[in-house]
Design a protein around this ligand. Structure first.
Ligand code: AHR
Length: 315
C-alpha cells in the first residue's frame, strides 16, 4: 500500500497520471442514427471515467469484428466491448479472449455462445420491444382487417430475430392482422426505402397496406419517403410503427407521418463500464444480462419536444 501511495505521489509530482485502463470497442458500423449515438455515448462515457478507448469500426462485417477482437487480445487490453453484428460464429474468438483472461462485454446485441465466454451483456429485451409494437398496432386497428408489411433488421442479428418474434407475439389472437410482406432492409434508411418501394408495388400501389412495422426507425424514415413518393400519406393511409426513438422519427411523428416508436437507449456503455470497474476493483461478477429500459412513444407524447431534447445527443 505504502509503495502504491508513493508511486501515485511520484506520478502526480511528475505531472503524469497512473496509466488508464484500455478498453477495445468493436463496433458494428454506422448503419443507423441509433448506432452513431451509441458510438458517441460510448466515447463520452469512456472519457468521463478516464478510460482509454480503442475504437474499431467493422463496416457491418463479422470478419472485421473478429480481426479487431484478435488485435485487442494481442495488444493485451484490459477489457473488450463487442456489439456483435450477427448472433452466431463467435465461439472461437471469445474462447481466445477468455484464455487471455480479458473480460468481454456484449453491447446491444446477443450471441449464441456459452455465457461463460463473456462477462456480461448490456441490452434491452428485444422480444419485448417487438411485442410492444405489435400490441400498439392491435390496439389501434381494433377488429378492422389490417395487412402489415415488415422491414426486418440485418439477417441473423439478434434484434432482427427477436423483434420479428416479439411482434408476432404482440398480434397473436388478432386474426384480422396479417403480415403479408416481410423482408430485410439491413437496418439502413436507403434499404428501408428500396424495400418499401417493392412492397408498395406488390400491394396494389400501397392501397392494400394498412401498416408498416420496421425493426428500426431509420428503415421507417426511408419507407416514409417511399410512401410519400407513391402518393400516399404515411401515418394516415399507412400506419408506421418502429423501434429506437431517434430524433428523426420524432420529427416524422410531429409531422403526422409516423405513429409510434419503442425506445432503445444508446447508453449501453455506462452500465458496461460500471460492471467492468467493479470487476477490475474487486472481481465482482455482474449478472449475465444487464437490461436497459424500453418505452413506447406515440404522437400523444409531444414528439416535437422529444426531437428537441434528443437532437444534440450524437444521433
Ligand atoms: O442492435 C440495435 C439495433 O442496431 C438498432 O435498433 C438499430 O438501429 C441498429 O442498427
Amino acid at each position: 500500500m505504502r509503495t502504491t501511495l508513493l508511486a501515485s505521489a511520484a506520478a502526480l509530482a511528475l505531472g503524469t497520471a497512473a496509466s488508464a485502463q484500455v478498453v477495445g470497442f468493436s463496433q458494428i458500423g454506422s448503419e443507423s442514427g441509433w448506432r452513431a449515438a451509441e458510438t458517441t455515448v460510448t466515447q463520452q462515457e469512456a472519457e468521463a471515467r478516464g478510460l482509454q478507448l480503442q475504437f474499431s469500426d467493422a463496416q457491418q462485417k463479422q470478419e472485421n469484428q473478429i480481426a479487431a477482437v484478435r488485435s485487442f487480445i494481442a495488444q493485451g487490453v484490459d477489457a473488450i466491448l463487442l456489439a456483435p453484428v450477427v448472433a452466431t460464429g463467435w465461439d472461437a474468438v471469445l474462447e481466445e479472449a477468455a484464455e487471455a483472461e480479458i473480460p468481454v462485454v456484449l453491447l446491444d446485441r446477443m450471441v449464441d455462445s456459452d455465457p461463460s465466454l463473456y462477462l456480461t451483456a448490456v441490452g434491452s429485451d428485444l422480444v419485448h420491444e417487438g411485442e410492444v409494437a405489435g400490441e400498439w398496432l392491435a390496439g389501434q386497428v381494433g377488429d378492422q382487417p389490417c395487412r402489415v408489411v415488415e422491414l426486418q433488421g440485418t439477417t441473423g442479428s439478434s434484434p432482427a430475430i427477436d423483434r420479428a418474434q416479439g411482434f408476432r407475439d404482440g398480434i397473436e389472437g388478432h386474426a384480422n392482422i396479417e403480415i403479408v410482406q416481410s423482408q430485410t432492409g439491413d437496418f439502413t434508411r436507403a434499404q428501408g426505402k428500396t424495400v418499401m418501394e417493392a412492397f408498395l408495388q406488390a400491394e396494389n400501389g400501397g392501397a392494400d397496406i394498412c401498416a408498416l412495422y420496421a425493426h428500426n426507425d431509420d428503415m421507417a424514415v426511408g419507407a416514409i419517403q417511399a410512401i410519400k413518393e407513391a402518393g400516399l400519406k404515411p401515418g394516415e393511409d399507412i400506419l408506421v410503427v418502429s423501434i429506437d426513438a431517434v430524433p428523426d422519427i420524432f420529427q416524422a411523428m410531429a409531422a403526422g407521418e409516423a405513429n409510434a416508436t419503442v425506445e432503445l437507449t444508446p447508453n449501453m456503455a455506462g452500465p458496461a463500464f460500471d460492471a467492468l470497474q467493479a470487476y477490475w476493483d474487486a472481481g465482482t461478477e455482474p449478472p449475465k444480462f444487464i437490461q436497459t429500459e424500453s418505452r413506447l412513444y406515440t404522437q400523444a407524447d409531444d414528439p416535437q419536444a422529444e426531437y428537441d431534447r434528443r437532437k444534440g445527443l450524437g444521433y
